[in-house]
Design a protein around this ligand. Structure first.
Ligand SMILES: C[S@@+](CC[C@H](N)C(=O)[O-])C[C@H]1O[C@@H](n2cnc3c(N)ncnc32)[C@H](O)[C@@H]1O
Length: 439
């Protein structure tokens, strides 16, 4: 008699999250947070590891599934492919015995998709289970060094190539490994409204405003009251560098403010220097998040939030002493944060982003007063989005950005700053500081 199929809450949750990610473009972290709330803690932990790991490894697992099945993954029903990805992650990257990984995935497929798909799921997973991840990497023929690194560290090859263009070869594996480690949550105070000691946890390595804190940030009173927030230390450092650059009197502008992490730090630093921050964002729903992040500031110099297209500004040229242009980018510097993001981006995204980045930088420069300082920031280290965009800037002198972050050793790349997860424990933030010429 056939064995009775059994449901498994953790794997079912992981399957539904993955379906939402691959079919509807959902963010895995948000979707998972929604679905894990009803689970027993041990199921929630398993579902988290399974979902995040599968999302991170998705593209690599697809190659292995193709090699194991001898057919292109696009020929598989999308729901079947998601089940196979979950099974492959259990087989190759989790301490789940092979027979359990296969049996549980076959049951999941039967109950979530239909009995008719169990044969193909069972057959393909058995072939995947015949080798471990290292063996699959070696079996893949015709791969050069970057191709092997891509497979071993579960990155798209084009991303490995982009990083290889920026780092010494012997550092590349450490960066790729760091991208696969979820970051320790970082908290940050709103300067003037809370003290670093209120955040609990370990003080941040470099930022005088931050702390590393495990656990629920909402349980920290200063965070719940809007006097502190959650922010990567790299983001804190680039905002701090702009605040430290001397630019005389005048308001400050955050040109691309949503959701308001850097605005929230800059607003307090501006008030300390007798200035007001204007936080501008094109997307109304993101501008609302900015306003929420800034809600605890009161008083005469409290920041203002506006909805505006930064490439067609509503303000006059030369209105601001300091301008932050934290532009939309590929996000290749923050891959450890969003497990699925590395597979969503394509090299073909670059030209459109780069055009927008150049336009926003030009607008940031126009908005600065003569002698004012512009910070151009990306959470991507990709050369096309960083140094190559800055090279197009007109009417500015380039400042030595690392001089404004003396606490971070080795951050300078030429005149600019590049932070790295494996070196600095931060996202791979890029910073250029520019001073607008008087004429
Ligand atoms: C990298 S994010 C900014 C992150 C933000 N500075 C923070 O620290 O929380 C880029 C932002 O630019 C916004 N954006 C995109 N195009 C824009 C434009 N033309 N003008 C202004 N903002 C724009 C996006 O909606 C997004 O919120």
């Amino acid at each position: 008699m056939a064995r009775k199929r059994s449901t498994d809450p953790a794997r079912t949750a992981a399957f539904r999250v993955l379906r939402a990610v691959t079919a509807d473009g959902a963010y895995a972290n948000l979707e998972l947070a929604r679905r894990r709330s009803g689970l027993h803690p041990s199921d929630a932990a398993f579902a988290t590891e399974l979902t995040a790991g599968t999302c991170r490894g998705m593209g690599t697992y697809d190659e292995i599934i193709e090699a194991a099945s001898g057919r292109p993954v696009r020929s598989l029903q999308p729901a079947v492919l998601d089940a196979l990805r979950l099974g492959t992650h259990q087989l190759l990257a989790m301490r789940v015995p092979a027979h359990a990984a296969i049996a549980a995935t076959v049951d999941l497929a039967a109950l979530q998709i239909g009995e008719r798909v169990t044969g193909v799921v069972n057959a393909i997973l058995r072939r995947v289970a015949a080798h471990d991840l290292d063996e699959w990497a070696q079996l893949s023929t015709g791969r050069d060094e970057y191709g092997q690194l891509a497979l071993a560290y579960q990155h798209p090859r084009w991303v490995v190539e982009a990083f290889a263009d920026l780092l010494p070869a012997d550092e590349l594996p450490a960066l790729l490994a760091a991208d696969n480690q979820p970051p320790v949550p970082n908290l940050v105070v709103r300067p003037g409204l809370a003290e670093q000691a209120e955040l609990g946890g370990q003080p941040a390595r470099f930022s005088p405003y931050g702390a590393y804190a495990e656990g629920d940030p909402g349980a920290v009173p200063a965070v719940a009251q809007g006097r502190a927030g959650v922010q990567d230390e790299g983001s804190q450092l680039v905002a701090l560098a702009l605040a430290r650059a001397e630019a005389g009197d005048g308001p400050w502008l955050d040109l691309c403010a949503g959701p308001g992490g850097k605005s929230a730090l800059l607003a307090g630093l501006a008030i300390e220097q007798g200035s007001r921050l204007v936080a501008s964002e094109i997307a109304p729903h993101r501008a609302e998040l900015v306003a929420t992040n800034l809600r605890a500031y009161t008083g005469e110099l409290r920041p203002v939030t506006v909805v505006a297209d930064g490439t067609r500004p509503a303000w006059s040229d030369g209105a601001f002493a300091k301008v932050l242009a934290d532009v939309p980018c590929t996000g290749l510097g923050a891959l450890r944060r969003r497990p699925e993001s590395r597979w969503r981006r394509r090299p073909s995204d670059l030209p459109g982003l780069v055009e927008l980045q150049k336009a926003l930088l030009a607008s940031a420069i126009a908005g600065a007063k003569p002698g004012g300082v512009i910070a151009y920031v990306t959470c991507s280290p990709h050369r096309a989005e960083t140094t190559e965009v800055v090279a197009t800037a007109q009417g500015v002198d380039v400042l030595k950005a690392a001089d404004y972050l003396p606490e971070v050793p080795g951050a300078a790349v030429g005149d600019h700053v590049q932070l790295w997860p494996h070196r600095d424990g931060t996202d791979a933030m890029f910073l250029a500081l520019l001073r607008k010429r008087s004429r």
